[in-house]
Design a protein around this ligand. Structure first.
Ligand SMILES: [Zn+2]
Length: 268
């Protein structure tokens, strides 16, 4: 046990069950979280019942870590990153994913039986395959793409706080031990004091219609994401030392002007 384990290092991950090739995405950020203990004996092995029963059945070695990103790499709160990833790719209806919901209550409330998942996924595929449906969609999209709309969309893209992370960027080879060690070293010394709350949606008073509840939940989810992002923005960034010129600092200028971009490197 090294001293760095007392620090909290939030992370986002994608793991794969090797025998079935099934994937699972998640994030961990509560106090004491650290990638060093992720998917290790006695460490954290996700909150998914499915993942844990597969571990029980096939052992820890049947899983490999494909993606391991720290908060800094996610450029936003890891939970925000996870939710964005899940919703943008609609992971909960995909057969090759063990995730049962996209972190959104309406979806989590539905019991996704294997049959239902299959049905939804087939439906999605059929619609996309249908040539008439495709031309209809593409024409509708063209119609809607007025110069004004294009401008709005490009402006929106500029204000995006976190990078998009699509399914195609998942590597097939697992995260190496060296990478994990690197992540661990880069983040040692990073400290987060506040524990984040996950269950803000637990109160279920049904004084409202299902539609209203749905709208409220959607609003709460957006608020929650914005809050997590705000918290992340206000967090003190870790002090980092450039190994080339020994300068230390905690701002973005360290990334911009030091490390592999350090001037000291050019003089060598
Ligand atoms: Zn430097």
């Amino acid at each position: 046990m090294t001293s760095r384990h007392i620090y909290t290092v939030p992370y986002f991950y994608i793991i794969q069950h090797i025998p079935s090739r099934k994937l699972y995405a998640g994030s961990k950020w509560i106090k004491g979280s650290h990638p060093d203990t992720f998917m290790t004996t006695g460490g954290y092995t996700t909150s998914s019942k499915d993942v844990n029963s597969l571990i029980e059945k096939d052992g820890l070695d049947s899983f490999q870590i494909l993606i391991l990103l720290t908060e800094e790499e996610c450029k936003c709160h890891v939970y925000v990153f996870e939710t964005q990833f899940l919703t943008e790719n609609n992971i909960c209806i995909r057969n090759n994913w063990l995730n049962k919901h996209n972190n959104t209550r309406p979806c989590a409330a539905v019991d996704f039986t294997p049959e239902l998942r299959k049905l939804l996924s087939e439906k999605g595929k059929q619609r996309i395959k249908d040539p008439e449906y495709r031309t209809m969609i593409s024409e509708k999209t063209k119609e809607a793409m007025t110069p004004e709309r294009r401008k709005i969309m490009s402006e929106k893209a500029k204000t995006r706080t976190s990078p998009r992370f699509d399914l195609n960027s998942i590597p097939r080879t697992p995260v190496s031990k060296e990478t994990r060690e690197k992540i661990s070293k880069a983040n040692s010394g990073r400290k987060f004091t506040e524990e984040h709350k996950t269950n803000l949606w637990k109160s279920r008073n049904s004084k409202h219609s299902p539609e209203t509840i749905q709208k409220m939940k959607e609003g709460q989810r957006k608020y929650q994401l914005a809050r997590e992002q705000q918290k992340y923005n206000l967090m003190p960034k870790p002090v980092r030392i450039c190994p080339h010129c020994n300068l230390s600092g905690r701002g973005g200028n360290m990334t911009r002007f030091h490390f592999e971009k350090c001037k000291a490197l050019k003089n060598v």
